[in-house]
Design a protein around this ligand. Structure first.
Ligand code: F3S
Length: 284
């Protein structure tokens, strides 16, 4: 039996950088907070908790009194300008681990809306990255997450529109929605801000799943990019499993086939991928 693990499985550059930042701050000592869980992975968050890292929740922002001690780390998703400012005023030292690719979107949105552009973000309005991006616009901002919303979008005829994408948004859907907006002949400036890491991971997962008898996608329950990987793989390989760790894997011996493919979402640490590889290798 052959096991093929995607080269692009696991942490992307931005997540690796954010996680490394937290561990580096832990080494320095002092109370450490992350603004929201550092990544969508319960195992990593639990490990950091054991090391004394606390998660500062959004609701707690209102209760910061300016006298807090320690360091707060902004995760790779980034935050809105308002949250950024409030964290810096909290008395805590602030370390910004926003992924540079997300930071670039903040800059685009900030500059373009300062020039009077109406911002359109193609993405999930509930996702923290999108909520953060929205918060860098000075003027009108609209989030489009499906075809219907793209078709329903209206703006004044003379409006200048700047379109950006959530970094993990599906590239085909992004093109589809942009094409719908362009049909209206608005003055549109479109920035494809989808991150390559996501595209590469999705393309590789699709290729492996198409050849695999069984496909395993490893990712956190609340990780949207892992859920998308699962969706892509399931289309190619009906026997695709979505797991958090090797313990969730219940492959029956009858399913012992020629090739097992493995991939993992952007927030899955290397050791969890290796554990799954070892488990599959030794038990089947
Ligand atoms: Fe950054 Fe791309 Fe990862 S935007 S956080 S490197 S998915």
């Amino acid at each position: 039996m052959k096991i093929i693990t995607a080269k692009s499985a696991g942490f992307c550059f931005g997540v690796q950088r954010a996680v490394d930042t937290v561990y580096a701050e832990v080494e320095k000592g002092g109370p450490i907070y992350t603004y929201g869980p550092i990544i969508h992975n319960e195992e990593v968050v639990a490990d950091l908790e054991r090391k004394g890292v606390k998660v500062l929740e959004e609701e707690e922002l209102d209760h910061l009194d300016g006298n807090m001690r320690g360091t707060v780390i902004i995760r790779s998703h980034g935050v809105s300008r308002e949250v950024d400012e409030r964290l810096r005023e909290s008395g805590l030292g602030c370390v910004d681990a926003t992924c540079p690719f997300v930071k670039r979107i903040h800059r685009i949105v900030s500059e373009m809306s300062a020039k009077g552009a109406q911002i359109v973000i193609i993405g999930d309005p509930r996702h923290p990255e999108v909520r953060g991006i929205m918060g860098w616009a000075d003027g009108p901002v609209t989030v489009i997450e499906n075809r219907q919303q793209a078709e329903d979008f209206r703006a004044p005829e003379d409006a200048q529109i700047c379109v950006v994408a959530q970094t993990t948004f599906n590239a085909n859907k992004f093109k589809e929605f942009v094409a719908i907006l362009k049909e209206r002949r608005y003055n549109i400036q479109c920035m494809d801000t989808i991150c390559n890491a996501t595209q590469e991971r999705q393309t590789e997962a699709r290729e492996i799943a198409a050849r695999a008898d069984v496909m395993i996608v490893i990712g956190g329950r609340s990780s949207s990019n892992s859920a998308k990987l699962f969706e892509i793989c399931k289309k190619e390989c009906p026997r695709t499993y979505f797991i958090q760790t090797w313990r969730d894997l219940h492959l029956s011996p009858a399913e012992n086939e020629q090739m097992i493919g493995i991939t993992a979402g952007a927030s899955t640490p290397k050791n969890i991928i290796e554990e799954v590889q070892n488990y599959v290798r030794t038990d089947f």
